[in-house]
Write a protein that binds this ligand. Structure first.
Ligand SMILES: *Cc1c(COP(=O)(O)O)cnc(C)c1O
Length: 480
């Protein structure tokens, strides 16, 4: 199957090429020419691994052998064979996406991306090494390091803002093992690290024999694996007799870059009976405004919240949705250049209405998020992280506002132990200064098991201790 840029139908690439490039050369995102139509009714009965192979193959049919790639990606890396289990908690079903190597949902895609990338590389006869460059505000960096460690023909280099990630997240990155991994702290904030990476891409000509790529969620190879768990969750509800085949299920998704929820939209377009997709934001509520008014406006200060992975003002994957609903690359190109130039755009009325039939947006501030953590724990014995809590609170708001009582799946995107400070304070506990002491206190208080990957982190050797000024990022990369 061919892919093309969201900004130009004539910018075509095979899907293997699209995975290798990450971003289309005109700055657009690659989309498949057609969203495949699948036998969803049969697929929902499959276990996770064969299901993932079917789903990913349908979007990226050129890349093979998919069963083998999926097996290498997931077997032994998640805490159980279900990979993404669901649990009932009061009125909702929670889809737990955090049982992978780093405790956050990005593992589901970032375990798979290296397999897709190396298969695409050999299928295209590409001989150079690939260097993956990633600036991270916390979760992506660690998940990418784990996914790419010791993958032959690939090196990975992660830049994180020193002091700009949580102590647990920093410890996860600086203790990373692997022969092909490089981690640097940058003196500056996330934007400094991100613009440093863009600068290195612009200077890529100076690095003969090396191809640069990224692990961020604009890569189609990250999007495709995320479609799997929507089918999986639907199948779980079916198995438990909660629904009959064909009945619509709603999904509430804690959203930042719009990648996770877009995978849900693709599942729906492929034939899964999905009702509404609930887009849950935090106080950085650009998407809530957009889904209610059709105006996308990033001209506002970025606020730091207790759900940092959703602290984002430009949700890159929304561009793909704009293309899917309009089919009009010229329109998308126009809106995106207006966003870059003026900081805002307004969607044509008919398109807004089309999007509103499928999506519903809401947001949850830190106070309400903490109240949700406390209430869900007290009432149902379920411990949420702050991202999941936003999804929960907005799902409740949706039900109250619309009266739509269809079964609701809330996507749980991180382990509560990645954000122990916020969770302890939500439960009304004093919080120790040290992040690891906070983890221990949370465990004492709740008895919920600490993920294997976070246990013992404090005592692991710190292997990556260099902190550099942002001006030195390029020379660092040239020296790898
Ligand atoms: C990245 C992330 C999100 C947001 O996902 P998007 O695909 O960027 O919308 C939500 N929660 C957690 C814990 C994350 O790491």
């Amino acid at each position: 199957m061919f892919c093309h840029s969201t900004r130009d139908k004539n910018r075509r690439a095979g899907c293997a090429q699209a995975v290798l490039e990450g971003l289309a050369p005109d700055g657009g995102l690659y989309v498949p020419e057609k969203i495949p139509q699948v036998d969803a009714k049969a697929w929902v009965n499959l276990p996770f691994l064969p299901l993932a192979a079917q789903v990913i193959s349908s979007v990226l049919p050129e890349i093979s052998p998919m069963e083998e790639l999926v097996d290498k990606a997931y077997t032994g890396k998640f805490s159980g064979p279900e990979v993404t289990p669901t649990v009932q908690a009061g009125p909702f079903t929670v889809l737990e996406l955090f049982h992978g190597p780093t405790g956050a949902f990005k593992d589901v895609a970032l375990c798979m991306l290296p397999q897709l990338l190396t298969a695409a590389k050999s299928q295209n006869g590409m001989e150079e090494d690939i260097l993956i460059l990633t600036a991270t505000s916390g979760d992506t960096g660690k998940a990418a390091l784990e996914g790419f460690r010791d993958v032959p023909g690939v090196k990975i280099c992660v830049f994180y803002p020193q002091g700009g990630v949580s102590p647990v997240q920093e410890a996860q990155m600086v203790t990373q093992e692997g022969r092909n991994v490089f981690v640097f702290g940058v003196k500056g904030n996330f934007d400094d690290a991100q613009s440093g990476v863009k600068h290195i891409f612009a200077a890529a000509g100076k690095m003969p024999g090396v191809r640069l790529s990224t692990a961020n969620s604009m890569n189609l190879g990250r999007l495709a694996p995320q479609i799997t768990y929507y089918f999986k969750a639907y199948g779980d509800l079916l198995k438990r007799g909660e629904i009959a085949w064909g009945q619509k299920v709603n999904f509430s998704v804690p959203t930042g870059n719009f990648g996770d929820i877009l995978a849900g939209y693709m599942a729906k377009e492929m034939g899964l009976p999905v009702g509404r997709l609930i887009c849950a934001s935090n106080e950085n509520n650009v998407l809530t405004d957009f889904l209610t008014t059709g105006v996308y406006d990033r001209r506002r200060p970025l606020r730091k919240t207790i759900s940092p992975s959703m602290d984002i003002l430009v949700s890159s994957n929304l561009e793909r949705l704009l293309y899917f609903v309009s089919g009009d690359t010229a329109l998308v190109k126009g809106l995106m250049s207006k966003l870059t130039r003026d900081g805002h755009y307004t969607l044509p009325e008919a398109l807004l209405r089309a999007i509103q039939t499928q999506f519903w947006g809401g947001w949850c501030g830190d106070g309400r998020g903490k109240a949700a953590i406390r209430r869900v724990y007290q009432d149902y014995g379920y411990l949420c992280d702050p991202h999941t809590a936003a999804g929960w609170a907005v799902a409740e708001e949706y039900r109250a506002a619309t009266g739509d009582e269809a079964p609701m799946v809330v996507l749980s995107t991180a382990s509560a132990y990645k954000f122990p400070e916020a969770v302890l304070s939500a439960l009304g506990e004093d919080c120790p200064e040290n992040g690891f002491a906070a983890m221990a206190r949370l465990h004492e208080r709740t008895g919920v098991p600490v993920p294997q990957s976070l246990l013992g982190l404090e005592r692991k050797p710190r292997l990556h201790t260099r902190v550099i000024p942002k001006e030195e990022m390029l020379s660092c990369v040239l020296g790898l």
